[in-house]
Ligand binder design. Structure first.
Ligand code: HEC
Ligand code: HEC
Length: 278
């Protein structure tokens, strides 16, 4: 009986996820406890050496961390942040920095979270879940996660505090200008020179293919829709591609200067241009 009552919910979930991103931009639900019993951990998760040391609460936090279905945009924390463990040791270039050591930082998100807010918002994870995963509306950020889920995330972040590559001192996020976390356009006085600096560099498509596969490829392909739109649709104007990479575009996170250099972006653009023509 239980199984049958599950089917309509499943069908509804599939239907909702089929709706285009554009059409659901403005109707984000008020939130929701994560049901971690419904999340399948990544295949490697159970093999990691540190796994046995995790408390039940930290394990729940880990499941949230690897859950790509928290919000309307199907990316997990692990899509954008390494956790220092073997599970995220791959050759991907992630938009966010490693979260190993984050509980040792006294301010995060360039000072937006400090003091009691650090634990209250899981060191800024609530903000990411709101703006990048579309889990809630920015006005209801306090409801992005239940108190229990915040505790679980905090406990997982504490558990990875000394994982390889841990960084406990405060991160100065090297964004070129405050990114767009909403539909509002970023300041053209900041955007124009930074786009020009990228576009004046001659790009190398061969290096760009590597950059594309290690970073954009998680969410985009050239011709098909993945998590983000296909490049043939998204990349009508290469200036806009440069801008999107540096400043983000609603659900797409920005790439800070220490994550992708101007040259790497110019190379990726050269590759996209050549691949679109094929
Ligand atoms: C689409 C990519 C993306 C997703 C998904 C994402 N983040 Fe982030 N996150 C970022 C970026 C970019 C920053 C800016 C700072 C940086 O570069 O690490 C950031 C910052 C943070 C910070 C503050 C780091 C600091 O010291 O300033 C924390 C903590 C964090 N994210 C946790 C999470 C957690 C936990 C999740 C899952 C619930 C998550 N993030 C999902 C991209 C993402
Ligand atoms: C973690 C997932 C993710 C990664 C990685 C990512 N994107 Fe995106 N991208 C998205 C999403 C989601 C959108 C749609 C955002 C929106 O609704 O505006 C998008 C939109 C875009 C757009 C269209 C922006 C517009 O004006 O409509 C461009 C161009 C783009 N991405 C280029 C890139 C390039 C180039 C890279 C690699 C350097 C990259 N993206 C990496 C998720 C991602």
């Amino acid at each position: 009986m239980k199984i049958f009552s599950f089917i309509p919910i499943f069908a509804l979930t599939v239907f909702i996820s089929m709706l285009s991103l554009e059409s659901c931009k403005n109707e984000k639900p008020a939130v929701l406890t994560v049901d971690s019993t419904k999340i399948t951990p990544p295949a490697q998760a159970t093999q990691s050496g540190s796994e046995s040391k995790l408390t039940d609460k930290a394990k729940k936090g880990q499941l949230i961390y690897y859950n790509a279905s928290l919000g309307k945009v199907k990316v997990a924390c692990a899509t954008c942040h390494s956790d220092g463990t073997s599970k995220t040791q791959d050759n991907l270039i992630r938009q966010g920095h490693s979260l190993a050591g984050v509980t040792g930082r006294s301010a995060t998100w360039n000072g937006m979270y400090k003091g009691a807010d650090l634990k209250k918002y899981a060191f800024g994870a609530s903000f990411c879940a709101t703006v990048f995963q579309y889990r809630a509306d920015i006005k209801t950020i306090d409801k992005t996660f239940s108190a229990d889920d915040i505790d679980a995330l905090n406990e997982y972040l504490t558990a990875i505090n000394s994982a390889p590559g841990a960084m406990t001192s405060n991160l100065k996020i090297q964004w070129v200008g405050k990114p767009t976390f909403s539909d509002a356009a970023p300041d053209p006085k900041v955007v124009t020179p930074s786009v020009k600096a990228i576009m004046k560099l001659p790009g190398d498509p061969a290096s760009g293919e590597k950059v594309f596969n290690q970073s954009c490829g998680t969410c985009h392909t050239i011709k098909d829709k993945k998590i983000g739109p296909p490049m043939v649709k998204a990349a009508k104007d290469m200036n806009n591609v440069a801008q999107t990479v540096r400043f983000g575009s609603t659900a797409m996170a920005f790439y800070a200067k220490d994550i992708l250099s101007d040259q790497q972006i110019a190379d990726a653009i050269a590759y996209i241009q050549s691949a679109m023509g094929k």
